[in-house]
Design a protein around this ligand. Sequence first.
Ligand code: SF4
Ligand code: SF4
Length: 366
Amino acid sequence: MMFRKANSFKVINNLTINKSSPVSLVHFLTNRCNARCSFCFIDFNDPKTFKGELTIEEINSLTKNMHDTLLNVNFTGGEPFARKDILEIAKCYIDNTTIQSIYITTNGSLPERALNFVKKVNEYNADIELNLQISIDALGEQHDKIRKIKGLFDKAVETYKLINSLSIANINSSVNITVTHENYENVDQIYDELKNTHGVKNLKCILVRDEGIYQTPDKLKKDLLNSYNNLVLKINSDQNKKDNKNFNKNSIQGKIHRAKDKISYKLVKEMYLENSYLSPCHASSLFGVIGASGDVFPCEILEDKKIGNLRDYNMNFKELWKDDLNKKTKKWILESKCRCTYECGLSFNIIGNYRYYPRLFLEFLK
Ligand code: SF4
Ligand code: SF4
């Protein structure tokens, strides 16, 4: 069976033809975070930011009302491990939906909680693929300074090592470097030291997005892109030498993610400065975002295109997704040729578009 619980025919039909229901969702479990990064899109000064987090009962209901094409959920935040019931949330998704993988974006400040979580999920269901993406943007105290947590760098490296020391094929952790105006001049050095001094081999990178209250200064964008490109060259070279093992190299999904990442790096390079339009975006169809208090959006960027709040749909995700407003949003995204370098979005735009299949196939075979 190609997909764990999902109907393979439906999934493939949805990805290639219908494009009507999500194969992946980003779920912001909370807006709470113990860090305070200068480039964070969360407005921590707004008291409304922390209000009305979905309860575990609500998450249980919402996961019971999801499409049977869903393959992946990405827990993010805030800091997802700030939610002490994260294991229960994962169980809701595992029991009630057709997911086969959970990705978690974390600042890595809570190694024991992260380790306990992956072990418990694995005991609960060993088929679920778990991938922790730990954010590190600088070395040592500089990282602590940017994210405003003392000792964070060491904790993040510890989290990476603890997870990978389990040596379970379905469980992986990687470090994600976000190239920002604060680190673009020395990301090369950060990469090398992480790899050679701290033993962090699984490394990825993204370009910081203009989102929420964060804007990259225009005059720095060219330099940021150059630094990003150099980093991508290093990552690709290490992946080709099998030094860098992002994702599970033995699973179909892991291999697809690796292949798609390589194409995504190229697309970001082509789009970032000129804001060029390359292909349609399938936000509001193949993927979407659930906010901490139940607001649903097409993606993380279109904050003004809220589709609705799950509480107004009795926590029925399917009902909300088929609402006219979502149809209109989907139409607007296609007709306006909406474009951006949001990696999650690019992932599903690559997987849901025939023109990328030959490249995807070639990368898949490597
Ligand atoms: S760790 Fe993430 S969520 Fe927390 S402040 Fe930094 S960017 Fe924001
Ligand atoms: S192109 Fe970007 S901003 Fe537009 S809908 Fe897609 S992910 Fe969102």
